[in-house]
Design a protein around this ligand. Sequence first.
Ligand SMILES: Cc1ncc(COP(=O)(O)O)c(C=O)c1O
Length: 377
Amino acid sequence: MTAIPLSAPDITDAEIEAVTRVLRTPHLSLGPELHAFEEAFASYHSVEDAVAVSSGTAGLHLALLTLGIGAGDEVIVPSFAFVAVANAVVQAGATPVFAEIDPVTLNLDSVAIERAITPRTRAVIIVHTFGVPAQMDALLTLARQRGLAVIEDTCEAIGARFGDAGQARLTGTFGDLAVFGFYPNKQMTTGEGGAVLARDPAHADRIRSLRNQGRRPGGDWLDHAENGYNYRLSEIACALGRVQLSRLDEMLSLRSRAAARYVEMLSEIPGLELPPLTLPQRVISWFVYVVRLPAAVNRDRVQAALHALGIGTGRYFPPIHLQPAFRAARQEAEISLPLSESVAHRALALPFFNRIEPAQQSAVADALRETVAAELG
Ligand SMILES: Cc1ncc(COP(=O)(O)O)c(C=O)c1O
């Protein structure tokens, strides 16, 4: 059997030609592709402006700085998430405060957020985990009542929608700021890259300045209004991103179909919990396909068995508060996130990408069925 990777980018001749075209020009950074990509990205989301940055993590960092969040401030984040969410808060000089998730959507739970609020809380980072939109109506109401800024982390959820039929809006258009990421395992990729949507044009200006060494937009190359970063996105990446974005809806529908096929193939496996295919008020943007193994099954052994058959899997995600990098944080004694821990302990991401073939999914399902049966004896 040929190997089945966990994820794979979907690059066509159109992307290769677009990148090659850039390489034949003298503009490899801060050129026309950047402007065109930002315009197309804003237009896809029906907003005024978008700022491209070098990664999702860079976008989160700049979103926090732009809100003036720093030393002494707390930011509520999920622990069941990719570590960048908490790293960005630390990079901004603030403290991540981990809150519990909803058992169905696996997104931050509004009651848990409320409990985590202290006089130091300035913002909440709402991650649309695995492409499933968070309960944005309740979360926005809570944030408004408690005076918290909302940063949407849309890195896993480009093209998802939340809201009642006819009024649903794209994720990334709800928060004060929204951050996207384009790593190669994402629904669309720029190799490395990210983007930020800002409701306030002043925030967008500030992010443009901070991504470019603190230069004022339109200012001289060697005039720096403040300390900034090199979080620019190259012309090559932007050209790739433009083509990917033009194909996004087609790619998302391939992913939805692959998710539906997994449901058919996996639903008979005893004790295996599948992610919901549909949820009220939501259009899911399928980022990954994460099942929950029966509690009695040893995930490491399942992963090893699938690996031996050439099948890639992932532990999405180990809780951040249990990572060595965060364990020593002052909160340890107070942190109790049993749901995050139990979901994380059982979660297994299966191979999932635009062009995954039914035969490959079937091979994954067969291998998983046999391995789980062997585990359960
Ligand atoms: C929820 C979430 N936030 C942030 C990031 C960070 O993005 P990047 O890898 O582009 O820095 C990722 C994924 O990579 C992510 O899944």
